[in-house]
Design a binder for this molecule. Structure first.
Ligand code: SAM
Ligand code: SF4
Length: 329
């Protein structure tokens, strides 16, 4: 066990991984997330570059080793590359990742890598241009696929694809996605559609259990990979004839929360102990000067006692999150 990881909860889980949203703003309109596009709420600004540096520094002191920048669409922030550079230079942070919708990826991939972002997750919900446009509101599939190829050529440490499983919208494409990774060192992860405050009707129409994926993979001769010691809740499948792997993130499955290893901070500094919890605890007041670092760390350690053993999705309670763009998926 790694004793440098100081963040632990009452259920014996440890937290070496922080997902940090840097903005709620997004330039896409994914039908399950922001179907009407981004709508500004409140006038509080997003965390500044300095606040982010203080926040991540404190988490690194507490043993966090992996940071994922997310949003909204993190890359729309004008200072996104500077934020990444700052974090990549912090002692203790070994892995800097980000999740993006892939907007202008061919033009930007090299700059991401140069800023220390060595792990990229790109969201692609369909491999058919028209269907992609229908789901995301943007006809940019070909550009994003070119970006994926470029990321592979540039040598990112990992290139992953996130695909939300959507009944009637992309469930016919399971085999195409599986074939897509056959000749590429990519981990493609199917994510079960999650119910949020704003998508109840959509969820009822399009939620598909991850077991549809598992069954198909097993039928095609794929097998479940043994879990690594630092694996999160994703299940990973491999096949001798495929260079890529297929993952499954199924929050509605039994025991999903047992392997939780991550915390989240919203773009305005709210610490969220669970994606489906009730609001975030405001850390921003403790990000106003470097002298507050010890106080900030004590507060984060104290808050860990409030992390619950699991979510309440099965009771129809998806917490206070209106959509994942608001605290970063
Ligand atoms: N804008 C970036 C993107 O789309 O990759 C990063 C933020 S987005 C909220 C992060 C991930 O959450 C994306 O892969 C997205 O598809 C996924 N996501 C958003 N809403 C979701 C939902 N209701 N259920 C499951 N996944 C969702
Ligand atoms: Fe934007 Fe990502 Fe939400 Fe799509 S999933 S609307 S790209 S934040």
């Amino acid at each position: 066990m790694d004793d440098s990881i100081k963040l632990a909860d009452a259920f014996g889980r440890r937290f070496p991984y922080l997902r940090l949203s840097v903005t709620d703003v997004c330039n896409f309109r994914c039908s399950y997330c922001l179907p009407d596009g981004y709508i500004k709420s409140g006038c509080e600004p997003f965390l500044s570059r300095t606040e982010i540096k203080r926040l991540v520094g404190a988490f690194a002191d507490l043993g966090v080793k992996k940071i994922r920048l997310t949003g909204g669409e993190p890359t729309v922030r004008a200072d996104f590359l500077d934020i990444a550079k700052d974090i990549s230079l912090l002692t203790g942070i070994r892995k800097l990742a980000f999740t993006t919708n892939g907007y202008k990826l061919p033009e930007k991939a090299e700059a991401y890598l140069d800023s220390g972002l060595r792990h990229i997750n790109i969201s692609i919900d369909s491999l058919k241009p028209k269907q992609f446009e229908k789901i995301t509101g943007h006809g940019r599939l070909n550009e994003i696929l070119k970006g994926v190829e470029l990321c592979l050529a540039l040598g990112f440490d990992s290139v992953k694809i996130n695909t939300v499983l959507l009944k009637h919208l992309n469930d016919q494409e399971l085999d195409s996605f599986i074939e897509f990774v056959a000749d590429k060192p990519i981990s493609l992860r199917f994510i079960e559609l999650m119910r949020t405050g704003g998508n109840h009707a959509y969820f009822n129409d399009h939620h598909l259990s991850g077991s549809a994926v598992t069954e198909r993979l097993i039928q095609l001769g794929w097998s479940l990979k043994a879990r690594g010691h630092d694996s999160g809740p994703a299940l990973e499948f491999v096949h001798v004839k495929s260079l890529g792997s297929i993952g499954l993130i199924a929050p509605y499955s039994k025991d999903f929360c047992k392997t939780c290893n991550r915390l989240r901070v919203s773009s305005k500094g709210g610490l969220h102990l669970c994606l489906f919890g009730e609001g975030g605890f405001p850390l921003r007041p403790l990000l106003q000067s470097d002298e507050q670092r010890e106080e900030l760390k004590s507060m984060i350690l104290k808050l860990m006692n409030f992390k619950k053993s699991g979510h309440f999705l099965h009771d129809g309670n998806s917490g206070a999150t209106p959509h994942l763009a608001s605290i970063g998926g």
